[in-house]
Design a protein around this ligand. Structure first.
Ligand code: HEC
Ligand code: HEC
Length: 290
């Protein structure tokens, strides 16, 4: 029995090694001290030299933007070029649209979207009204269903992700500051466990790619630390804004594992954990990725 496990592990290790091309790190060329992200004239924190202890094995945190091509980086630095901003404009309209049995819009209660400043930097967190750990998507649907009498939006759907981008934009440049207190500690531990669990035929964990091999090429792509401070992310590949859980789903599928559903407790807990891995980086969504 023990022998079988060992063999299986060795075969998986060989497969995993084949996945990663012999890597030269981009971080040497793209020395973050000389590469600054300036979005619409404002500088953004792309590197954190002293991450919170006890959260991950990373000794520095890097924004996913640093790992993209110059062309893609340029798109994110100019709001007129950033294709994600079209969806933010659509969300502004939705913000002011009355919907549901109560005859209210988001603006009826929240006023200007700028009232959402700081929200994105602290989520996921305990929601007093839901009585559990909540993502921004859950808060939005809580308002829609229970405060507006409107239909909930699909968790990773276009409307939800656009609204999340509008809310996120209000915190742009603020440091991510997601707290782990007793109320959410069990969720955080669960998320951490998922992060380090090897899954799928390839037996790869999130950490295998995003902690041990960031800065290296994998197939045609360059691995980042898998941070979520840039979400929602506009992907050139699918031409739309992508939510955190949609990205998690794609990554799990790439390990050839059964994936969890967006909005599932597993992904909510994983989001909490991954968010804390990026504490200190700036909120940069909506970002642009390949
Ligand atoms: C009937 C009033 C009402 C309407 C309409 C409403 N909300 Fe809310 N919303 C609240 C209340 C009350 C809270 C909880 C207290 C708070 O955080 O302000 C809340 C909380 C939130 C939060 C969490 C904020 C935080 O600080 O943690 C988000 C995000 C949010 N609403 C988004 C929306 C969006 C988007 C819409 C429109 C689709 C909307 N709300 C419509 C009343 C409303
Ligand atoms: C086989 C390697 C691999 C594994 C395992 C993997 N990912 Fe990824 N992931 C990628 C690649 C490739 C990308 C796209 C390039 C990049 O940003 O790293 C990516 C991107 C991401 C991004 C977007 C980062 C950004 O800044 O746009 C997040 C978030 C992410 N992964 C999270 C995860 C999580 C959480 C897990 C575990 C459930 C995971 N990944 C497992 C390969 C992997």
């Amino acid at each position: 029995m023990k022998k079988r496990v060992t063999l299986k592990g060795a075969a998986a290790a060989a497969m995993a090694t084949a996945v990663f091309a012999a890597g030269t790190s981009v971080l040497a060329e793209q020395d973050p001290t000389v590469k600054e992200m300036v979005v619409n004239g404002e500088e953004v924190m792309t590197v954190v030299a002293d991450p919170q202890p006890g959260v991950s094995e990373l000794d520095k945190l890097y924004d996913g933007w640093l790992f993209r091509s110059e062309e893609t980086q340029a798109l994110q630095m100019d709001d007129f070029e950033n294709p994600g901003m079209i969806f933010v404009e659509q969300a502004e309209e939705m913000w002011n649209t009355v919907e549901g049995s109560e005859g209210k819009s988001c603006a009826s209660c929240h006023g200007d979207p700028s009232s959402m400043k700081g929200v994105r930097a602290t989520y996921p967190k305990m929601s007093p009204s839901l009585g559990k750990l909540a993502t921004i998507e859950m808060e939005v649907n809580n308002c829609r269903e229970n405060r507006m009498g409107a239909e909930p939006w699909k968790y990773t759907g276009g409307k939800m992700t656009a609204m999340n981008a509008l809310i996120t934009l209000q915190s742009r440049g603020m440091p991510v500051d997601v707290k782990v207190d007793d109320a959410v500690r069990a969720n955080w531990e669960h998320g951490k466990e998922l992060y380090y669990a090897r899954t799928g035929q390839l037996e790869l964990s999130c950490a295998n790619c995003h902690e041990q091999h960031y800065g290296e090429r994998i197939r045609a792509d360059m691995l980042s630390q898998g941070q979520i401070n840039g979400f929602p992310a506009y992907r050139l590949k699918n031409g739309k804004l992508n939510s955190v859980h949609a990205r998690f789903k794609g990554c799990v599928r790439d390990t050839r594992a059964e994936t969890y559903k967006p909005g599932s407790q597993a992904f909510i807990d994983l989001e909490l954990y991954v968010a804390t891995r990026g504490n200190g980086l700036s909120v940069t969504g909506p970002s642009v990725r390949n």
